[in-house]
Design a protein around this ligand. Sequence first.
Ligand SMILES: [Zn+2]
Ligand SMILES: [Zn+2]
Length: 98
Amino acid sequence: MQTPVFRPEPKDGREGLTYVCGCPCVPTAAPAEDGAPGMEHCCCGKVHVVGNGAEAVLSAYLADRKATRKREPDYERGTAEVALGGRPVEVAWAFPIE
Ligand SMILES: [Zn+2]
Ligand SMILES: [Zn+2]
């Protein structure tokens, strides 16, 4: 799978990132003021995290789900650096493997 194309999208008064998900949603994750990562887990099962340490946050989140849920899919995962508000920001994503 290729890296999804992320584009800016406002969320709760902050600048976040979204992508064309394939479901009716506009899943948007925005980092906090201090750069702490924000996460969005779409209804269709795709997850992305935007902010400092995004990959670590995503890994911990998925590990927790795997440990606590009966049915948890495997994910195709990746990271990217995307410009947000004129600065590069870390993005980590995990999309379920059908
Ligand atoms: Zn959706
Ligand atoms: Zn979706």
